[in-house]
Design a protein around this ligand. Structure first.
Ligand SMILES: *[C@@H]1O[C@H](CO)[C@@H](O)[C@H](O)[C@H]1NC(C)=O
Ligand SMILES: *[C@@H]1O[C@H](CO)[C@@H](O)[C@H](O)[C@H]1NC(C)=O
Ligand SMILES: *[C@@H]1O[C@H](CO)[C@@H](O)[C@H](O)[C@H]1NC(C)=O
Ligand SMILES: *[C@@H]1O[C@H](CO)[C@@H](O)[C@H](O)[C@H]1NC(C)=O
Ligand SMILES: *[C@@H]1O[C@H](CO)[C@@H](O)[C@H](O)[C@H]1NC(C)=O
Ligand SMILES: *[C@@H]1O[C@H](CO)[C@@H](O)[C@H](O)[C@H]1NC(C)=O
Ligand SMILES: *[C@@H]1O[C@H](CO)[C@@H](O)[C@H](O)[C@H]1NC(C)=O
Ligand SMILES: *[C@@H]1O[C@H](CO)[C@@H](O)[C@H](O)[C@H]1NC(C)=O
Ligand SMILES: [Mn+2]
Length: 657
């Protein structure tokens, strides 16, 4: 989806709070003071803040002393990257609709931190009379922790809802504010929920099984693998807290969060029992039959009873309980220190390496998805002179093409359909206010994906239906060179993923250009479009296994020129063995990548003076494959005009260096 940390919220799972580490700087970052005695009409932004502030001061409601600051993370209880409407607390407070951000409220200040993808958007959406935008990554903008240290009186109490903050982030913040005697205190009643009068209801849509023909492994096999991993970690039982991990382990899917086929749940795994916590109404007879067929004996509980369940688990067992680093502080805290083992998720690592059935499914899904995208791009080229096609109506047409494909289950994220300057916002989703017509005068960027029973897709193409400028072509070509450098890399098994980030940026950096998002993210097998590991950013990860065969990741460098245009090229690539190098690197073996995305890369945008022969060869070979695979299908469906269009779009090019 969205682009890597681009859209890939560089880190919901990856400690948002650490994102801005680089920017310690002079303390009080010119934070505006909120105007108390404002004489203008009451503003909803201020009204909401005042209600929170009054609870913060009110020790009765808090069942404790007042708190001097309140943190609102953009999370749900499972540290999901995409959250349900009911969990969009920051949006409710501020109108900021980006996917990453952190709010801090004190009696005097109200601040929103967000990363560079969202600076412009946040500026437009916030009521800046009452809110201060903290542009993460900019010089002189302190981190949240640094700000708390510099702006609160010593020995302050900082509150946060312990369910919506990961334990690792909680502990890290608690530790960094200690020097001034501040305490980070869990507030069991979420203050935003307290004031949220018309909060959207809980989503509890139907859960459905997916067949072994798509999953490749039955659920009891997966659970047994977990039990083996638990033993290796000297633990006996575990609480699975990430929604995509529960869905993957049980071979079930749901639709509680838009674009993500997951359902709200926790799963306790012991050597003898499985306890599933969810809204029981979501479980049909079909699901119960599925449990039986997959060899599972599952006890169902109410979602809200998870903490009670953990207490019961603690009583039943003398050995250790394993949880992942992403578990909420509430889950973490419910297990005594001596009984807890916390590690990077063992299920996430299992899930990251696709089995052969999943891998084949993903490849098949990408062929059908490529066909839908080719039909759309051809249709656009045919229609934009005679019809007013906008970012939004274009995206709707693309969704229609996808929906005609077999196994389609919905989009995998909101389509980023962006013309000209709108494309300069790396995480742009069109809205009615910003909707622009797609014409032959400006660059058009479309980043989109589908959910299919056999796989999840994510693809970006940047097109110009008229004549791009030389500068646009140069920028596009540098992005393309980085993209090719990534996909053609040969690396030792387990190489840290950050290596590929460097590779993809090389050509841009040589021209003093860069992009403000990551380079790649894992993609689920009919699961979340962002799955970590792998996560490809410049930041090495101590807990990541590095590059492994049969991981799938996006390759998505870009370039964004503010107020002018944006470029991104994105394929999903499979990690494969490098032929004849299986014994290289002391027996570790070498890996390389094979793209599974099938859609033409517009040759009109390429400045062949910048392209090497090898790069031209790559494009030509890729286009031959696209023509073969998609072309065959187009002919089969008698879409001859689209075939002719694809033939022209995939014509061979030569380096002119
Ligand atoms: C959010 O935007 C709407 C529409 O512009 C406005 O009416 C409302 O006051 C804003 N709310 C906040 C909290 O800023
Ligand atoms: C604190 O709570 C009490 C009891 O609910 C209420 O009467 C009072 O107005 C609250 N204080 C503030 C500052 O809102
Ligand atoms: C706050 O605490 C720090 C660290 O203990 C100390 O150096 C500083 O003097 C304190 N500030 C005030 C105003 O007490
Ligand atoms: C699950 O898969 C394993 C491994 O393929 C197999 O041995 C086992 O019989 C299967 N169990 C069920 C209930 O199908
Ligand atoms: C399922 O588990 C329950 C509780 O542990 C147990 O009473 C029951 O006998 C089990 N059923 C089967 C079919 O194994
Ligand atoms: C703990 O043991 C009791 C009694 O055997 C059982 O009913 C319960 O399901 C167990 N709880 C967990 C979480 O294993
Ligand atoms: C095309 O449609 C958009 C959205 O409805 C509108 O804002 C724009 O003015 C239209 N352009 C033309 C040329 O009709
Ligand atoms: C791998 O080695 C075989 C046998 O030596 C050779 O025929 C083949 O061309 C090699 N393939 C590559 C990709 O180097
Ligand atoms: Mn992506």
């Amino acid at each position: 989806m969205r682009s890597a940390p681009s859209k890939m919220a560089q880190g919901r799972r990856v400690l948002q709070f650490l994102l801005a580490v680089s920017c310690f700087a002079s303390s009080s970052a010119s934070a505006q003071f909120t105007k108390y005695n404002d004489e203008r009409l009451p503003s909803p932004a201020l009204e909401k803040l005042n209600r929170i502030r009054s609870i913060m001061e009110n020790s009765t409601t808090l069942e404790g002393d007042p708190i001097q600051a309140y943190i609102v993370p953009m999370n749900d209880a499972h540290q999901s990257e995409y959250i349900a409407e009911r969990d969009k607390r920051i949006f409710y407070l501020t109108n900021f609709s980006g996917s990453a951000g952190t709010v801090i409220i004190t009696q005097k200040h109200a601040l929103l931190w967000t990363d560079s993808r969202y600076h412009i958007q946040a500026e437009r959406q916030l009521d800046l009379n009452y809110w201060t935008l903290m542009k993460q990554g900019k010089k002189d903008v302190p981190t949240t922790e640094k700000w708390l240290l510099d702006n609160l009186a010593n020995n302050s109490r900082i509150g946060v809802d312990p369910f919506i903050l990961s334990s690792s982030t909680f502990l890290q913040i608690a530790d960094s504010v200690k020097p001034h005697g501040h305490a980070l205190v869990p507030i069991m009643t979420d203050l935003v929920d307290e004031i949220w009068d018309e909060r959207p209801p809980v989503t509890s849509n139907e859960i459905y099984p997916i067949a072994i023909q798509f999953t490749g492994q039955n659920s009891s096999y997966k659970i047994n693998q977990v039990l083996v991993k638990l033993k290796e970690n000297n633990a006996e039982s575990t609480i699975i807290t990430a929604l995509d991990e529960v869905a993957w382990l049980l071979n079930l899917r749901g639709s509680d969060i838009s674009y993500n086929p997951v359902f709200f749940s926790y799963l306790i795994i012991t050597p003898t029992n499985l306890h599933l916590y969810l809204r029981k109404g979501q479980v049909s007879k079909k699901v119960k039959k599925h449990f039986h067929e997959e060899g599972l004996n599952i006890t169902l509980h109410n979602y809200e009873d998870i903490i009670a369940g953990i207490k019961s688990l603690i009583q039943n067992t003398t050995s250790k309980i394993l949880i992942s680093d992403d578990a909420s502080y509430a889950i973490y805290k419910s297990i005594p220190d001596e009984k807890r083992i916390q590690v990077a998720s063992i299920v996430a690592k299992m899930k990251a390496v696709k089995n052969s059935v999943e891998a084949q499914g993903i490849r098949n899904a990408h062929i059908r998805d490529g066909l839908a995208l080719v039909r759309y791009l051809h249709w656009l080229d045919l229609s934009i002179d005679t019809n007013n096609i906008t970012e939004i109506s274009g995206a709707a047409k693309l969704a229609t093409f996808r929906s005609e494909e077999k196994y389609f289950k919905g989009l995998s994220f909101e389509t980023a359909s962006a013309v000209g300057a709108n494309a300069a916002l790396a995480h742009y989703d069109p809205s009615e206010d910003t909707d622009k017509q797609i014409t032959r005068k400006e660059i058009y960027l479309v980043d989109s994906g589908g959910q299919y029973l056999d796989g999840t897709t994510d693809v970006t193409r940047t097109m110009h239906f008229g004549t791009p400028t030389d500068y646009e072509k140069q920028c596009f070509t540098r992005v393309l060179k980085g993209f090719i450098a990534f996909v053609t890399s040969v690396v030792p098994t387990n190489t840290p993923l950050s290596y590929l980030d460097n590779v993809a940026r090389r050509e841009l950096w040589q021209a003093g250009l860069d992009y403000g998002h990551g380079t790649g993210h894992g993609v689920g097998a009919f699961l979340n479009v962002h799955e970590y590991p792998p996560l490809i950013t410049s930041r090495p990860s101590a807990s990541s296994p590095g590059i492994m065969e049969n991981m799938f990741t996006s390759d998505e460098p870009g370039y964004y020129e503010e107020d002018k245009f944006g470029i991104r090229i994105e394929d999903v690539v499979q990690v494969i063995k490098k032929a004849n190098l299986s014994e290289a690197f002391g027996g570790r073996g070498a890996l390389t990548f094979e793209t599974v995305t099938f859609a033409p890369i517009q040759t009109k945008m390429i400045d062949t003076n910048l392209l090497t022969k090898d790069e031209a060869d790559y494009i030509n070979a890729y286009h031959q494959k696209v023509l073969r695979v998609i072309g065959r299908e187009l002919k089969k469906r008698n879409l001859i005009e689209t075939y002719q269009w694809l033939l022209a779009e995939t014509k061979q090019i030569a380096s002119t260096r």
